[in-house]
Write a protein that binds this ligand. Structure first.
Ligand SMILES: Nc1ncnc2c1ncn2[C@@H]1O[C@H](COP(=O)(O)OP(=O)(O)OP(=O)(O)O)[C@@H](O)[C@H]1O
Length: 377
């Protein structure tokens, strides 16, 4: 699969941009702050409906404009589809596929799949647990786009349940009426149902990702591993199937209910879980060096790329690989290794400040990006 055309309106620094893209490698080269990352960020947004740099849509809309539009043509074998996403911060976003009438933005997921490497990836290793949960959930959704619906159900139920718990906590503190706990029972079931589905997918993903990450790390930093991915659930209990995990979550919620009512917040569930990364016997966070942390972050992305490539098959094709400003961060040896490992990709988009930062193995089309103008080199 490859993106053959990208067009932006009022996206980030671009009032307008229009580019035709070929399969194979395309590099965007230009000085800092000229709009290179903005281009690949738009491609990433088509795949995940979120940016790899910011958590809200507002910064994606050009300053002074009301909305941004990303349009893309996507080729997969004989099939060509167009996607249009309109970003309206504060209001509902809109989407269209093949210029048809409006669809839910979520329906666009799965048409473009990307694996994106960026300097921000260091947070996968050094950052808060939320960074690793987001990594897992984005990959879970790339494997199975219907999981976007499950994630949004879970978030909605969690929010409503927290509101209810907060009300109960306040009532308790001020000696008011105690809450009718049967309402909470219903929310527990909703939370456990969506939570169990998400949990089952995360566990399956980690089992698949483990050997791939270990292999990728060995290639990037020979002898530095092994790498272990260990899921630390907030709800203790065995099981890997949806039914088993539903039971585990319900039981855990019942156990902590008293504390939850005291504190006014949901204490167990996938939103409190952690993915522990270990290098050898030590946790990577807090122990790994800067270079080791980088290699581990790259290994996680490489493993994701291998996984989506091998599972994509005929239906979805290969993901687009985006390498945003990563080579400048690496020493020559790791730069060459990484480039060799990703070189045969169907479509690879690279950003770099100078030509020398693009490894020779990744020779291909090149655009210059200067002051928001994108021109073929
Ligand atoms: N919403 C926005 N409206 C207008 N300009 C924006 C907006 N968001 C970002 N910019 C501008 O876009 C530029 C950054 O673009 P981008 O991140 O693509 O740079 P880059 O070429 O990748 O640079 P580097 O090599 O430093 O990573 C900055 O000048 C920033 O001010």
């Amino acid at each position: 699969m490859h993106v053959s055309h990208l067009s932006l309106a009022d996206f980030r620094s671009y009032a307008r941009a229009d580019l035709a893209l070929d399969p194979g490698v395309t590099a965007f080269v230009g000085p800092n702050g000229q709009g290179k990352t903005n281009l690949v960020e738009a491609v990433g947004y088509l795949a995940t409906l979120s940016s790899h740099r910011v958590s809200s849509d507002q910064p994606l809309v050009r300053a002074g404009a009301e909305r941004a539009v990303i349009r893309a043509a996507v080729e997969h074998g004989e099939r060509r589809r167009t996607i249009e996403l309109e970003l309206n911060p504060g209001k509902a976003n809109r989407a269209r596929i093949n210029r048809s009438s409006q669809v839910k933005p979520r329906d666009v997921l799965g048409i473009v799949r990307t694996v994106l490497f960026a300097p921000e990836d260091l947070a996968l290793v050094k950052g808060d647990p939320g960074e690793r949960r987001r990594f897992l959930d984005e990959l879970v959704t790339a494997r199975s786009p219907r999981m976007a619906g499950v994630r949004s159900d879970y978030d909605r139920v969690l929010k409503q349940r927290n509101t209810l718990l907060k009300t109960a906590a306040l009532a308790r503190r001020h000696g008011g009426r105690t809450m009718d706990l049967s309402t909470l029972d219903v929310w527990d079931q909703h939370l456990a149902r969506a939570g169990a589905e998400l949990l089952a997918q995360r566990l399956d993903l980690i089992a698949t990702l483990q050997p791939l990450t270990d292999k990728a790390y060995e290639r990037l930093a020979p002898g530095g591993g092994p790498v272990h991915l260990e899921y630390k659930p907030s709800a203790a209990g065995g099981g890997t199937t949806r039914e088993e995990l539903y039971g585990v979550l319900l039981e855990a919620l019942a156990e902590v209910r008293k504390q939850e009512i005291e504190r006014g917040v949901t204490l167990v569930g996938p939103h409190r879980d952690e993915l522990l990364l270990r290098l050898g016997d030590l946790p990577a966070k807090g122990y790994a060096s800067h270079g080791e942390s980088w290699s581990l972050a790259l290994a996680l992305r490489l493993a994701s790329y291998d996984l989506l490539r091998s599972e994509g098959g005929e239906a979805t094709g290969e993901p687009v690989l985006v390498l945003d400003d990563v080579f400048a961060e690496l020493d020559t040896r790791r730069r060459e290794r990484l480039a060799e490992l990703v070189a045969p990709g169907e479509q690879v988009l690279v950003t770099a400040a100078v030509d020398e930062d693009v490894p020779p193995v990744l020779a291909g089309a090149r655009f210059r990006v200067t002051r928001g103008e994108v021109t073929p080199a």
